[in-house]
Design a protein around this ligand. Sequence first.
Ligand code: 1CP
Length: 349
Amino acid sequence: MEAISPTKPLLRALAGEAVWPPPLWLMRQAGRYLPEYREVRAQAGDFITLCTTPELAAEVTLQPIRRFGMDGAILFSDILMVPWGLGQPLRFAEGEGPVLDPIRTLAGLDRLQPAGMMQKLAPIMATVGLVREALDAHAPRVAMIGFAGSPFTVACYVVDGKGSKDFAITRGLAFSDPNFFGKLIRILTEATVEYLLAQVEAGAEALMLFDSWAGLLSPAQFRRWVIEPTSLIVRAVRKRHPNIPIIGFPRLAGPLLPEYASRTGVQCVGMDTGMDPRWAANALPATLAVQGNLDPLAVVTGGAAMEAEARGVLAALRGRPAIFNLGHGIVPQTPPEHVGTLVRLVRGG
Ligand code: 1CP
């Protein structure tokens, strides 16, 4: 494939250029804090229907772009659509988050059917195509970001069956039955590669791997269940698409972040709220892009508190390839006006 230098600010930053002011987007920028999202969500009825109805999913992907003009449009879907595509029963209970029929044994893994996955997930590829078409026509500086959960974080939900503070069942089984857990991680790694490749082929221009629970692991387990599968995914995706940038977000990885960055081969690392961006900037190669990491709660408060925090993040990002973002997803109680103020502040440098 021909290597063309990107012109979209977000893709330039991912290619290693210190773009200033930094391009920005916000994790969970589509969602319940936006009245226009709540309207479409109500129209769809349930969350899986929203994710698998391309016109509706494309609409909510584009809502924050229309309202605030971010530099990236992230596909509206969920990391749990991969286990759903593999055949694991999933529902999103109102106010309770995702609920899956847990899989905790080798025999249980037979319930995962990789052969049928891409057909079930075809509507998501249609969403990617619709979003990319809309951006090409109306917002040519905005990059289309595809994503998946990383195998370990998806495994947390496959095994525990729902959200948890510590995913003790999953982490326990990773020690007590590494044969089972290793096979689960292999299935999810292969499925993730196939899913991400299809998103690129449908029009995604950058990819992000969400590893929200990576930092729950011991360093040795982190190397085995986070770094190894992530590096396999990065290699496999970039073998087919050598120029596709991949953002890795091993949340709560702390001082393991530089090792994660060098061994996985990602083009950008996401910093969570607790990470000192000054430390990360010094600990990471100067050409590696970083993304982060304003506390989402500062955006709920807004005003001077948000401004002071955002300026601190901006100062730390200056002079290196960087993407301004939050340290975790926007929370539902965020006033949309505060997001508008934040975007203007970052754009002012
Ligand atoms: O009622 C609703 O509208 C559902 C709320 C919701 C939304 C808006 C869920 C359920 N998922 C999403 C969208 C979503 N999830 C996106 C869309 C793109 C965006 O705007 O950023 C993305 C990237 C995700 C990723 C995701 N889902 C993660 C990784 C990032 C993170 O926040 O840590 C995780 C862990 C999930 C699982 C999940 N899905 C939904 C919820 C409430 C949860 C968390 C469950 C828990 O408490 O553990």
